[in-house]
Ligand binder design. Structure first.
Ligand code: SF4
Ligand code: SF4
Length: 296
């Protein structure tokens, strides 16, 4: 069983469209590949919006903990307010309370309270789901606003996808990764056999491509590059081609700008399922053939 992760240096490059198309193409044709899908973009999960899966399971995700003051034990000494570096503790007429949004969960106040009046309480920081889509099982999640630990939630989503893939003899886990190069991206890419990086031929796209290539190189994950909307700025596409050549990275496809992609999204379909003859679908089919051959 192989893990394929789809990444991009920044959001809005078409990563989810690519993931949805791969999910469709994997089970299409004469030699279908059994895939389990994981949407690791837990801050803005939208693969489910395209695939319209049926939700089978919902689980709470416990993130960090926040401090809670036990009012009857508190003697109002104010030590906790002084030690909190995050200004999360305040008093109102001698009553000390913790602002759960500001609390970083460091527990310094717990150790310093002379009355043992503060404890740490785990917080439900989000939810994760197991769903069934037309193109296979999908694991996805929602991190609640202002919550941290997205890397931990990404790992949880991936672990469950991987376990199901092993249980069902699936050949590939397709992970739709988060944008950027931060902790959730590293969590999404960890253990991947192959990364497909989607970029756009813009100045920002070229800059972000360099950064994400550094990340995949650092973690020794083989990477391939796809240029989306390649025809909107040919000079940028040529620059991406040069970067790939210079770094020995395979540039496996250039998808033309195609309004059908948005039309398909609005209709809740991967573009390859919505209109197979569209220019973008043709390009995506060729890209998938290349990716599938490398995963075999
Ligand atoms: S340190 Fe403890 S006793 Fe003092 S104000 Fe804070 S909670 Fe109350
Ligand atoms: S746990 Fe840390 S951040 Fe939270 S209230 Fe206590 S000292 Fe402040």
């Amino acid at each position: 069983m192989k893990q394929l992760v789809i990444l991009s240096g920044k959001g809005g490059t078409g990563k989810t469209s690519l993931a949805a198309a791969f999910a469709h193409l994997a089970q299409d044709g004469s030699a279908p590949i059994r895939a389990v899908l994981a949407d690791a973009d837990v801050d803005a999960a939208n693969l489910a919006l395209v695939l319209h899966p049926e939700r089978l399971e919902t689980h709470d995700f416990t993130g960090g903990s926040v401090a809670v003051i036990d009012a009857p034990r508190c003697q109002g000494c104010g030590i906790c307010e002084q030690v909190c570096r995050f200004d999360a503790i305040d008093s109102d007429a001698g009553v000390y309370v913790v602002d759960p949004i500001a609390c970083d969960g460091c527990a310094a106040c717990v150790y310093q309270c002379p009355e043992d009046a503060i404890h740490m309480q785990p917080q439900t920081a989000g939810r994760w789901y197991r769903s069934e889509s037309r193109y296979g099982p999908l694991f996805h999640a929602d991190l609640f606003p202002a919550q941290e630990n997205s890397g931990k939630l990404v790992t949880l989503v991936k672990q469950n996808a991987r376990l199901l893939a092993l249980d069902t003899d699936s050949q590939v886990v397709i992970v739709d990764g988060p944008p950027g190069i931060g902790c959730p991206v590293i969590a999404a890419a960890a253990g991947a056999d192959l990364a497909v990086i989607v970029t756009e031929p813009t100045v920002a796209g070229v800059h972000d491509l360099r950064r994400i290539l550094q990340t995949t190189a650092h973690f020794r994950i083989p990477a391939l590059v796809v240029v989306n909307k390649a025809d909107i700025y040919p000079q940028g596409a040529a620059e991406i081609e040069a970067i790939c050549a210079e770094q020995g990275i395979g540039l496996i496809g250039q998808i033309p700008f195609d309004p059908t992609v948005t039309e398909a999204m609005l209709n809740g379909e991967p573009v390859t399922a919505y209109r197979a003859e569209a220019p973008s679908s043709q390009a995506l089919a060729a890209i998938w053939q290349n990716v599938a051959a490398r995963l075999a």
